[in-house]
Write a protein that binds this ligand. Structure first.
Ligand code: PEP
Ligand code: MN
Length: 360
């Protein structure tokens, strides 16, 4: 995709004074549930009402969505509230049904983006459509796969495209349900600044008490919008109960989130500075995360040394590490002096942790 400019105008055409907000339940459950939530979101910053009709569940036997019947409920939402509608499509049959029911925005889920066959099938089914199509990142942190999906849709002459950042799955559990790996979204934004970039804090966090912070980080990083799962009774939702927030909370969030406007040159500067600072914050958090992980490994080594009655300080090994890091540091434009200071501090902390373990 050489130029994403022509892909971007749908968002500008909405002429919003705030980031785009897509909200609604993870899954459409009943007609009453869908309509009740939609009415509560009617007079808010929400432009698109989302509801999953076909649910990709990791394991069989869970609620897999109400199916095509739910598309009629979404049509009712539009007729009664004026909200535009959005749902996930995962194959040609879904696309055909969603188009028949005049759904305004279709998104491709994270489990579909990983499969070029599925993405191609969806692209072929949507060929030439003027509906908005958003592509969630694949479950694994692979920028090329994500971009490949954008290219497949773009080649099928689908103009109104955008991407949704919903985080990446990891084997090692972290505080997130899906690790944000912000640098991937930032890289995508740098390569295609005109491709609308929406954040999905619900699937990143997996828990409602972290949703606000992720929204704010996304806005600080200049994301164009948010997709937030919303349910009037989150705890009893049929899917993703822990991460949904109420319409009332969502409306409060849209008031409390700090949104930066980019109009004058002065504002451009502030905006750019905040964007860069947000990137620094992301990098700092990753540093702490990595250091924390390193200490855990050092502790495991401490336990092993205790078992075998070996000395904490192993100078030969340590000198090897230092030599290697000084060389690697050069490649990252980091001075020898800095590397030596940094690793001395890290080493001291490791020794302290290991000593604690030997004493225990
Ligand atoms: C969803 O949006 O409800 C969903 C299933 O998301 P994802 O594809 O990001 O897991
Ligand atoms: Mn969900």
């Amino acid at each position: 995709m050489e130029n994403s400019k022509e892909l971007s105008t749908w968002l500008d055409d909405l002429k919003l004074e705030h980031p785009l907000v897509i909200a609604g339940p993870c899954s459409a459950e009943t007609e009453e549930q869908v309509l009740k939530i939609a009415h509560e979101l009617k007079d808010s910053d929400v432009s698109y009402f989302r509801a999953g009709i076909w649910k990709p569940r990791t394991r069989p036997g869970n609620f897999e969505g109400v199916g095509a019947l739910g598309l009629k409920w979404l049509q009712k939402v539009k007729a009664e509230t004026g909200l535009k509608t959005a749902t996930e499509v995962a194959n040609r049959a879904h696309v055909e049904l969603a188009l028949e029911h005049d759904i305004d925005l279709l998104w491709i889920g994270a489990r579909s983006t990983v499969s070029p066959f599925i993405v191609q099938e969806i692209a072929d089914a949507l060929e030439g459509t003027d509906k908005i199509v958003l592509i969630k990142n694949p479950v694994n942190p692979d920028l090329a796969l994500w971009l490949g999906a954008v290219e497949r849709l773009s080649s099928a002459n689908i103009k109104n495209l955008g991407v949704i950042h919903r985080g990446f799955s990891t084997y090692e559990k972290s505080k997130y349900r899906n690790n944000p790996e912000w640098q991937l979204a930032i890289e995508l934004q740098t390569r295609f600044p005109d491709l609308p970039l929406i954040n999905d804090p619900s699937h990143i966090t997996g828990r409602r008490d972290m949703v606000f912070d992720v929204c704010q980080t996304a806005l600080d990083l200049n994301f164009d919008g948010l997709m937030i799962e919303t349910h009037y009774d989150p705890d009893n939702a049929w899917s993703d109960a822990a991460q949904q927030i109420t319409p009332k909370t969502l409306i409060q969030y849209t008031k409390d989130l700090k949104i930066r406007k980019e109009s004058t040159t002065e504002a451009d500067y502030t905006s750019e500075l905040q964007n860069l600072r947000a990137q620094i914050d992301v990098a700092d958090n990753q540093l702490l995360d990595t250091l924390g992980k390193r200490m855990k490994v050092a502790e495991a080594i401490g336990a092993l040394k205790k078992e075998k009655n070996v000395a904490v300080l192993q100078s030969k090994r340590w000198n090897e590490i230092l030599g290697k890091m000084v060389l690697e540091g050069e490649q990252h434009n980091l001075s020898e002096e800095f590397i030596l200071k940094l690793f001395k501090a890290i080493h001291q902390e490791s020794i302290n942790h290991q000593k604690q373990i030997l004493k225990s």
